[in-house]
Design a protein around this ligand. Structure first.
Ligand code: NDP
Ligand code: 2IT
Length: 448
């Protein structure tokens, strides 16, 4: 699989050390397959043990989170923070609350975040954290008590110049508010230690929209350059119906596309006339309900049980925006046989490695997560800048900056794709190489 003996040896050792962590191994494999040529060109990297150093998180904390539910029962969860790499700046990355969260998920996300943050060109290292706490069905006061307890432990490891967490699955403005309130109480400090804050207490305009909008900006740039095409009049399918999916829909629609399907973890909706996003926002953002309500509320569209069926819908552009490993080789084959021209990853690692290979081999423009969904963390970086300056930019200013960051990420990655990629659609190789080069240079400069 690897041509370089050094990369092969490091990967084998990594696999052995992390045997029970399939997502983490998968993420490392995907990166190493792309960046291998750099190790063939730069023999000195081996003497510097650069790859071993890169693949070892700087710090990983696991802690106990105790809270009481509304009936007074004591509940126990696990909390995590993985501070992967600080070569480029303070650790930065989201917090995920989902019952599937474990060490493997947090480490894979933190590794991905390190290269993603590098691509944004902003000064941010890579981190990720979260808990196996399940927010579904919990009351507001339960969420608040959980967040307070989580922060009572996490605050020791974070700070505006140390580590700046934000949202991810299960963590939006409500949770960030409770986490921020507790951080402020404990430290007696009002600082920009979290991003994704509410607009009344230091949040940035356009942060909520940023990941979904950024995904469409990246894909638009790639479509224009590589296929001389755009979102206009395209049929789009988007998995998920959370923060990333909703704002990807909003931007794709405003660019002239028609989004016909969205999903949640139970099933998907299909609406031939185009999804009415106001109805989805009502269900998901206001009522925190299930997507199955859509046909009932609108009197239009259909609901199907099982979320993976969404990839059998005929479309021009597919945007997986739910979670990891949600699009496998079989799904990729269906999409290709239905004529898909581009796939943009809003979620982190949604496509399996063989699905990605299938897309690239079939000349489907493939926009990889760490580049295509970097708009969220990039705008978090802009929130940090605004907090430091104690001022706030208008929506339009932030949106313009986001657009130019996504354009730059595309161009930087595409240059490397043309040099190292399998073909011009292999934006994954380009993103990994562009992201890694900067981290490597900073690591080498800073010594061991
Ligand atoms: P949300 O919690 O807002 O939404 C998550 C969506 O994905 C929901 O529709 C949820 O359905 C669905 N989902 C979650 N887990 C699963 C699962 N195991 N199987 C099927 N569906 C699932 O999260 P976000 O929109 O913020 O995050 C979505 C993806 O985007 C994640 O991969 C995240 O890491 C990534 N991302 C997020 C960024 C951000 O700024 N928020 C930035 C960059 C990437 P249900 O409601 O049924 O659980
Ligand atoms: O995966 C991601 O990039 C995020 N969840 C956003 C992280 C952030 O710090 O804004």
């Amino acid at each position: 699989m690897f041509k370089s003996n050094y990369v092969k040896k490091v990967f084998e050792e990594f696999e052995l050390k992390n045997k029970n962590m399939p997502e983490y191994i998968n993420a490392a494999k995907e990166i190493l397959e792309s960046i291998e040529p750099l190790f063939i060109d730069n023999k000195e990297y081996e003497n510097l043990a650069l790859l071993e150093r890169f693949l070892e998180p700087e710090r990983f904390v696991e802690f106990k989170v105790l809270w009481t539910d509304d009936s007074g029962k004591i509940r126990v969860n696990k909390g995590y923070r993985c501070q992967y790499n600080s070569a480029l700046g303070p650790y930065k990355g989201g917090l995920r609350l989902h019952p599937t969260v474990n060490q493997s998920i947090i480490k894979f996300l933190a590794l991905e975040q390190t290269l993603k943050n590098s691509l944004t060109t902003l000064p941010m290292g890579g981190a990720k954290g979260g808990s196996d706490f399940d927010p579904k069905g919990k009351s507001d006061t339960e969420i608040m008590r959980f967040c307070q307890s989580f922060m009572t432990e996490l605050y020791k490891y974070i700070g505006p110049n140390v580590d700046v967490p934000a949202g991810d699955i299960g963590v939006g403005a409500r949770e960030i508010g409770y986490l921020f309130g507790q951080y402020k109480r404990i430290t007696n400090e009002f600082s920009g230690t979290l991003t994704g804050k509410g607009l009344t207490y230091g949040g940035s305009l356009a942060r909520k929209e940023a990941t979904g909008y950024g995904l469409c900006y990246y894909l638009s740039a790639a479509l224009t350059k590589i296929k001389n095409d755009s979102f206009k009049d395209k049929i789009v399918v988007i998995s998920g119906s959370g923060n990333v999916a909703i704002y990807a829909n909003e931007k794709a629609t405003s660019l002239g596309a028609k989004v016909v399907a969205m999903s949640d973890s139970n099933g998907y909706i299909y609406d031939e006339k185009g999804i009415d996003l106001a109805v989805v926002k009502r269900i998901k953002e206001q009522e925190r309900g299930r997507i199955s309500l859509y046909p009932k509320y609108l009197g239009r569209g259909e609901y199907f049980e099982g979320s993976s069926g969404i990839w059998s819908i005929k479309c021009d552009i597919a945007l997986p925006c739910a979670t990891q490993n949600e699009l496998n080789l079989e799904d990729a084959k269906k999409l290709v046989s239905n004529g898909v021209i581009a796939v943009g990853e809003g979620a982190n690692m949604p496509s399996s490695l063989d699905a990605i290979k299938y897309f690239v081999d079939n000349n489907v423009l493939f926009a990889p997560a760490k580049a295509a969904n970097a708009g969220g963390v990039a705008t978090s970086g802009l929130e940090m800048s605004q907090n430091s300056m104690r001022l706030s930019w208008s929506f339009q200013e932030v949106d313009e900056k986001l657009k130019s960051i996504m354009q730059n990420i595309f161009e930087a990655s595409y240059n490397e794709t043309l040099k190292y990629g399998k073909n011009k659609y292999d934006l994954l190789t380009g993103a990994n190489i562009a992201g890694f080069k900067k981290v490597a240079e900073a690591m080498i400069s800073q010594g061991i």
